[in-house]
Design a protein around this ligand. Structure first.
Ligand SMILES: Nc1ncnc2c1ncn2[C@@H]1O[C@H](COP(=O)(O)OP(=O)(O)OP(=O)(O)O)[C@@H](O)[C@H]1O
Ligand SMILES: [Mg+2]
Length: 380
């Protein structure tokens, strides 16, 4: 079966006819009708063909569609190759741009190229971890999540430190990286698997690390590159965990490339205010089902309870990590993620969290040790 196609916003019967002749069974939708045909949370078609020939500018709906259906390809049909509009379209995540005169062969090959690009390319899942305030433990969560995923599945796992400069994920792994995420962004056009593997640092704990840089960033970073880098990494690794800086608008824009965003908060008013703001921006950008909330350094006796936090944040807080400064600090001093010595309840909470958030099967119970009585009676 060929790719499923929805044509949006077209007044041109010829386009519909061409697609039919090419063997597609397209839906023809007005912009307003997209939601009823493809409700938020549904799978979406393999490809949206959006006809903007009767419009003066790129409609906002394009970016919204891409965020709601990140796995669907988007082909724009336009009057001309307008560079400003094309650049804007790229930023919105459009995959192909076709201009008049249209030929059936061009339309066909564009649709085939972009049909579900993410699913074809990326087998991996990407988790973005972002603290609602500094120092809450988001890097701790990120490195332990990655290590737990690698331990549980033995599949390639990467931590990407998206603090482009002066991030500290490398300290948590006890490594001294030679290359950084800046090198990857600067050389985005020549990224292939071999080159990428040359930029990452291997760690004793298991995951690879694409570290932050020690050199200062000159100029600003282009969101398209960050998104491309995240998407590329997820074609190389089964799991990619992003250690994200806060309040970076560029980064927020790129996070629609992540399968799940985890916002770390604690039980303080100031943090909750930030968390509410970040959560609502991300829910809008990525869709509510992809945004999860976690509490770090949980204090069961705090004035603000977990229920209060849920009320403020407008959603369930699915994960909570106990407060254990001594274990966290000891691991940091050893230069390894704390789950490497897994006898603390904090380590246990990280392992459970990793299984849940990545949909891994629950851990089989430890086989019961055969005691003396068991050996005598033959019972376990
Ligand atoms: N659950 C926890 N209980 C107690 N202390 C913790 C916990 N998680 C992390 N810490 C400690 O808190 C400090 C900050 O942790 P971490 O660097 O992970 O936070 P962060 O949110 O990434 O900070 P930054 O804003 O600097 O990036 C570290 O000393 C760490 O050991
Ligand atoms: Mg950090």
């Amino acid at each position: 079966m060929g790719p499923s196609v929805s044509i949006v916003g077209s007044q041109d019967p010829q386009l519909l006819q061409t697609l039919r002749v090419l063997g597609y069974l397209p839906n023809l939708l007005r912009f307003e009708a997209v939601e009823s045909k493809h409700p938020t949370g549904s799978k979406g078609p393999d490809v949206f063909v959006i006809d903007i020939r009767d419009l003066a500018s790129l409609p906002r709906d394009v970016g919204v569609l891409k965020r709601q259906f990140p796995a669907s390809g988007i082909v724009i049909v336009a009057k001309s190759m307008d560079p400003t509009m094309m650049l804007e379209a790229m930023r919105q995540g459009v995959n192909e741009w076709l201009a008049e005169p249209l030929t059936a062969a061009e339309i066909d090959s564009a649709i085939r190229r972009v049909a579900r690009p993410l699913e074809k390319a990326a087998a991996g899942k990407t988790f973005a971890v972002m603290g609602a305030k500094g120092g809450l433990g988001s890097t701790t969560v990120a490195v332990n999540l990655a290590t737990a995923l690698q331990k549980a599945t033995r599949q390639g796992t990467l931590v990407m430190d998206l603090h482009l400069t002066h991030g500290d994920a490398s300290v948590y792994f006890g490594v001294e990286p030679r290359f950084s995420v800046l090198d990857a962004l600067e050389n985005i056009h020549r990224l292939d698997e071999t080159y990428f593997k040359g930029l990452v640092t291997t760690t004793k704990a298991g995951p690879d690390l694409l570290a932050s840089s020690d050199r200062a960033l000159i100029g600003s970073v282009d969101v398209t590159r960050v998104r491309q880098l995240i998407e590329f990494a997820s074609t190389v690794y089964r799991y990619v965990v992003l250690d994200c800086p806060r309040s970076d608008a560029t980064l927020l824009e790129a996070l629609d490339a992540a399968s799940t965003v985890i916002i770390i908060a604690n039980q303080e008013l100031a943090t909750l205010r930030n968390a509410t703001r970040i959560a609502s921006a991300l829910r809008q950008r990525c869709g509510p089902h992809r945004v999860k909330l976690a509490l770090s350094r949980l204090d069961p006796g705090a004035d603000i309870s977990q229920q209060d936090v849920e009320r403020v944040l407008g959603g369930p807080v699915k994960y909570a990590f106990p407060s254990d400064y001594r274990t966290s600090l000891a691991a940091l001093n050893r230069g390894e993620p704390l789950i490497m010595q897994n006898h603390s309840s904090l380590a246990f909470s990280f392992e459970e969290f990793a299984r849940d958030v990545a949909d891994l099967p629950t851990k089989p119970p430890e086989p019961q040790k055969t005691g003396l009585f068991g050996r005598l009676t033959g019972k376990r």
